[in-house]
Design a protein around this ligand. Structure first.
Ligand SMILES: *Cc1c(COP(=O)(O)O)cnc(C)c1O
Ligand SMILES: [Zn+2]
Length: 506
């Protein structure tokens, strides 16, 4: 729709203007720092940062109902830059001019309701939000669109040069960073550090395909992260991990999309996310809190974070009900099928602690829950979801396993509607499905395949006497002989009933 076709009171808002006064706020000492320089940790105390807008309250001059209209009308605008996470420009990065936005198709992923079987199985009605439908096939694209749009802005307007974007990754961060960097052409080079043998072949292929420099490091993600942190403190690099607060801003779009999809009525929802480095749950909580603050929503959904028993530092922290007695300890991870979340020392832990406290103060103690699940539950849940029409990755399976546990343990009201974050596409994690189907899980995973969830191809084997197309294309009548034999075999596998009368043949 053309701008002059929008209602008169919307026209002035439909293409957002540059506004706001963004700064980094330190979660340790409370210090504030300008955003002209790329900062990842506080220069005075070393703690993590979040981005705030000093002119945030100015947004409240527009009523919540008006914001809802603006976002809804923006759906009808044909503008690539505003087609993704920047539909919510005012909440996500309003200091970035629309012309500087990088949009590669991310955002507005589908929310798909489960069938009756899966709802019964979960004990609650569930939907998957398919963030695997983002361009690099994971939710990380939301944060990268934000971080790289800001980089692009700095390059175009502030003379930033010779940018080397670097990240440590459990697989998807690197795929996403490499994709966005490659779109910026020669302006940004990218390098990714991966834990050797701890990403799937698809995830390794992605940054290679985007032309990034890929460096494998012995150890697990936490070890790679330490190396990247050291590099970012000692060399001129742009850190693309979720320590980079621009990533968090972009990932808040997940909450905005959920709210808009449900016509801004979200109080009845339980939003379920897997926790690895804890950037995602940080962004999801921050996003809903911002919507509430602007009266765009009138109540908060419940938040459920899920961790595997094999990588559970956030779960262990919240086991202690008394806030003052909680004590954060990193854990040593064990092999996990939810490999993208296999992190023992989440960088965003201070952000989670701060936001969960704020969230609970508004919506009650039960409004943020952390649930632990077994590796067995993760795999069984992913496979069950995908046998019922979904495309969930192992972390999506973790979400389904988490909501089932939460229901079984009476930690969530079964009358809620659960939105499960399928954080990546199932295809990225096909190896784990394959391990399950072929019984090849190493014992450390503690996954024992259930027969009814396994699947394997059947095969037609031809005896010597039947013509075989393997040896070259067959011509009639030999082709007919082959077709007839193979069809009989297939019909046998499938138990097909003949529709020919007795004695009739072809
Ligand atoms: C990164 C990632 C996670 C974990 O998200 P955090 O923000 O690190 O907690 C979960 N699932 C997938 C598919 C991921 O790529
Ligand atoms: Zn500080």
């Amino acid at each position: 729709m053309k701008i002059d076709q929008f209602p008169a009171d919307i026209q002035g808002h439909i293409v957002p203007n540059v506004r706001g006064n963004y700064f980094y706020r330190c979660l340790g000492c409370g210090g504030q720092f300008g955003i002209e320089e790329l900062l990842y940790t506080c220069p005075s105390c070393g703690a993590v940062l979040l981005i705030e807008d000093a002119e945030w309250d100015g947004l409240k001059e527009v009523a919540g109902s008006k914001w809802r209209q603006i976002f809804d009308y923006r759906r009808m605008l044909n503008s690539p830059a505003l087609s993704g996470i920047y539909r919510y420009h005012e909440l996500i990065g309003s200091i970035i001019p629309v012309e500087d936005i990088i949009w590669l198709g991310e955002g507005h992923t589908s929310i798909v309701a489960a069938n009756d079987f899966l709802n019964d199985w979960a004990g609650i009605s569930v939907c998957f939000k398919n963030d695997g439908q983002n361009p690099s096939a994971s939710f990380k694209d939301r944060g990268m669109a934000s971080a790289f749009s800001y980089l692009n802005f700095l390059i175009k307007r502030r003379g930033l040069r010779d940018v080397l974007a670097i990240c440590a990754s459990t697989g998807d961060t690197s795929a996403s960073a490499a994709l966005y960097a490659s779109h910026l052409g020669g302006k940004v080079k990218s390098a990714v550090l991966l834990p050797q043998g701890k990403v799937t072949p698809q995830q390794l292929g992605q940054p290679l395909g985007s032309g990034a420099t890929v460096i494998e490091i012995p150890g697990v993600f936490d070890d790679c992260m330490k190396v990247v942190e050291h590099l970012s403190e000692n060399y001129a690099v742009a850190l693309m991990n979720s320590k980079n607060a621009w990533r968090i801003l972009g990932q808040e779009s997940y909450s905005y999309e959920v709210a808009q999809f449900f016509d801004y009525q979200v109080g009845h929802l339980a939003v379920v996310v897997p926790i690895g480095n804890a950037g995602n749950i940080t962004a999801v909580m921050a996003g809903f809190l911002k919507l509430l603050d602007l009266n765009i929503i009138d109540s908060l959904p419940a938040i459920i974070g899920v961790q595997s028993e094999h990588a559970n530092p956030v779960y262990l922290y919240y086991l202690e009900p008394e806030a003052s007695r909680r004590h954060y300890r990193p854990v040593t991870v064990r092999p996990s099928a939810a490999q993208a979340a296999m992190i023992g020392n989440p960088v965003s832990m201070p952000r989670v602690i701060m936001l969960a406290e704020r969230y609970r103060k508004i919506a009650g103690e039960d409004s943020v829950r952390i649930i632990e699940v077994s590796e067995q539950e993760i795999m069984d849940s992913m496979l069950t979801a995908n046998r019922n029409g979904h495309i969930a990755c192992t972390q999506g399976g973790e979400c389904l396993a988490g909501i089932r546990r939460a229901i079984a343990e009476k930690k969530v009201d079964p009358k809620r509607l659960a939105i499960l974050d399928a954080t990546a596409h199932a295809l990225k994690f096909a190896d784990f499905q394959n391990k399950y189907f072929t019984g090849a899980f190493e014992p450390e995973f503690e996954v024992v395949p259930k027969n009814e969830l396994q699947n394997a191809p059947l095969r037609v084997d031809l005896p010597e006497s039947v013509p075989n197309p393997k040896e070259g294309a067959l011509e009639p009548p030999r082709l007919q002989e082959f077709v007839s034999y193979a069809s009989k075999e297939v019909a046998g596998f499938l138990g097909l009933r003949s529709i020919r009368k007795a004695g009739e043949s072809k």
